[in-house]
Ligand binder design. Structure first.
Ligand code: ADP
Ligand code: MG
Length: 544
């Protein structure tokens, strides 16, 4: 399996170079180089302080959670390596305001040990307490160190930070943190492992069609492996584990965190949340707050975790309190379940009424030629022209029925709504102006002339294409000239066709085709060709 390259100067300076940018972007955070921790610049209130820390590679946790109402300091270790006790002791000393310091520790042996050593070092100096976060159900059955600390950590940090800001005593802040931790569970899955910067292999191998269930945030392989399953089933299985471990029953309330592990796309995370809220609704569980985003990562791992935290109103009040931590979302809503989302289909043309012969001829000619049109766009553009034409015109029942205006309107709307690309916009405009002109004009020729002329003006304004730029304007402009000169429709169509043919000898300077330069020489512009077919269809119908 291939690995993803990192943006870096050198693997050795990856973390320090990243810290440099973090500090530059967040002047409220200060770096203490000896022995290495981050802390809040303005912490002079009389209150309990809260700190955390852990291996690097999980950003934006913990550094992004430093701010008023959250963490006072964070101790970064090397990649996936716990911070050392000297860092933690110095950070604790730095942030203490005489009311004591709470340590929020993820449940990994190294982290637990180093935080404990630091507290021991400071035992005659600073009052401390600690909360160990252990939310990962994938590691729950193992005898040994117990559940790992993962996504729930930032929620414990948030709630403890808010309790400290409110003025709670150290023992109270710690007690709240332990309660939240006890009511939190997570489960993570990955479609691809992570790679440590500088290493040439991912932390574990997965075949393309496989996924890993129960992965850890240090790139640990999971407890199980399966062929990739659909999101709905996957989310159901993950929630089974979480709900079971929490003994969550209907009528309970939770905070839900859907968290990207490093290379999950926001669309994927939104999709997951849609499945989560639907699934929990079926279980009778109410999601009081939704966090959907990338907060606790395993470097570049492709995957996500789900965290549920059982809450009551007192906890929600702390969760909702303000914070200035840069990575905490400024808006967290109480979600609602949404059944289905669709794009409305544009209305098709009328099922009865008079046949609209010329536009039926045009549409069927385009639809029958999509492969050839795509081939032209492949040679001179990006190859999607035929797809866009099919999207816009392929759904019409032929023959089209209704007045010229009605059918032109339907075609215009369909281009705007269904076709992508430049052609959706350009042909949407052409047919819209034609529709309006056919409503008002006295004759077919006048309507065609007025509509084409107005469209030409607007298309020129829109994309700046002039004759010779190798676009549909090369067919439209000569047709408009011929119409203005009062030529017959057959001559108008001839003018449009020779305009389209002229694009064979030019290279594009507008539109995507401009990116392929000389490769476009010898190829007719498909947009110009289609435009000439419209005028030919008009001429043939009027000649009948
Ligand atoms: P895309 O360029 O987004 O891939 P399509 O493949 O759907 O769009 O459409 C390409 C057609 O759009 C070209 O054949 C050309 O006729 C037309 N076109 C491109 N740029 C312009 C422009 N600036 N003005 C008018 N028509 C244009
Ligand atoms: Mg294209």
């Amino acid at each position: 399996m291939s690995t993803r390259p990192y943006v870096l100067n050198s693997p050795d300076s990856f973390i320090t170079d990243a810290l440099r940018g973090l500090l530059a972007a967040n002047p409220a955070i200060v770096w203490q180089a000896d022995p290495g921790f981050l802390y809040r610049r303005d912490t002079d209130d009389d209150r309990v302080a809260v700190i955390s820390g852990g291996g690097s590679g999980h950003e934006p946790m913990h550094s992004g959670m430093i701010g008023a109402g959250m963490l006072d300091a964070a101790c970064p270790g090397l990649v996936f390596t716990s911070p050392n006790a000297l860092q933690i002791a110095a950070a604790t000393r730095q942030v203490d305001r005489g009311r004591g310091v709470l340590h929020i520790v993820k449940n990994y042996t190294g982290d637990v040990m180093n935080f404990r050593i630091a507290r021991h070092m400071l035992r005659d100096e600073v009052t401390t307490d600690h909360v160990v976060v252990d939310d990962d159900v994938a590691t729950e059955s193992e005898s040994g160190p117990g559940r790992r600390g993962t996504g729930a950590t930032i929620i414990v940090e948030k709630i403890c930070g808010a309790a400290a800001a409110r003025g709670d005593e150290l023992t109270e802040v710690a007690e709240i943190g332990r309660r939240v931790g006890a009511d939190a569970r997570s489960f993570a899955v990955a479609y691809r492992a992570c790679t440590t910067p500088g290493s040439s292999a991912p932390s574990f191998e997965l075949d393309d069609e496989e996924m890993e269930l129960g992965v850890g945030i240090h790139g640990e392989a999971g407890e199980d492996r399966t062929t990739i399953v659909g999101a709905r089933e996957l989310v159901g299985r993950m929630l089974d584990r979480i709900v079971d471990s929490l003994s969550l029953t209907s009528d309970e309330q939770v905070i839900c965190l859907v968290n990207g592990l490093g290379s999950a796309h926001p669309l994927e995370l939104s999709l997951v949340f849609g499945e989560v809220i639907c699934n929990l609704d079926e279980r009778g569980v109410t999601v009081e707050r939704a966090m959907v985003g990338t907060f606790v990562t395993a470097l570049d791992m492709t995957g996500f975790s789900i965290t549920l935290v059982r809450v009551d109103d007192a906890i929600l009040e702390l969760f909702d309190a303000e914070t200035s931590a840069p990575a905490w979302p400024s808006v967290i809503a109480r979600p609602t379940q949404v059944d289905e989302v669709t794009f409305a289909e544009p209305a098709d043309t009328a099922a009865d009424g008079p046949e609209c012969g010329w536009l039926s001829d045009f549409v069927s000619r385009v639809v029958d030629s999509v492969d050839d049109l795509t081939e032209l766009d492949k040679q001179a553009g990006d190859g999607d022209f035929g797809t866009n034409m099919t999207a816009a015109l392929g759904h019409f029942d032929l023959p089209l029925r209704g007045s010229d205006t009605a059918v032109l309107h339907a075609i215009s709307t369909s281009f705007f709504v269904r076709a992508g690309g430049t052609s959706g916009a350009v042909f949407g405009v052409l047919f819209r102006y034609l529709a309006t002109a056919f409503e008002d004009a006295n004759s077919f020729d006048e309507a065609l002339g007025d509509g084409a002329s107005s469209a030409l003006g607007e298309i020129g304004d829109l994309g700046g294409a002039q004759v010779g730029d190798n676009t549909m304007v090369d067919a439209l402009a000569p047709a408009v000239d011929a119409l203005r000169d009062g030529r017959s429709l057959a001559e108008v169509a001839d003018a449009a066709e020779s305009g389209a043919e002229s694009t064979r000898d030019t290279t594009a300077s507008k539109g995507r085709a401009s990116y392929v330069g000389e490769n476009a020489r010898g190829v007719v512009d498909p947009g110009a060709l289609v435009t000439s077919w419209l005028f030919r269809a008009a001429a043939q119908s009027q000649a009948r």
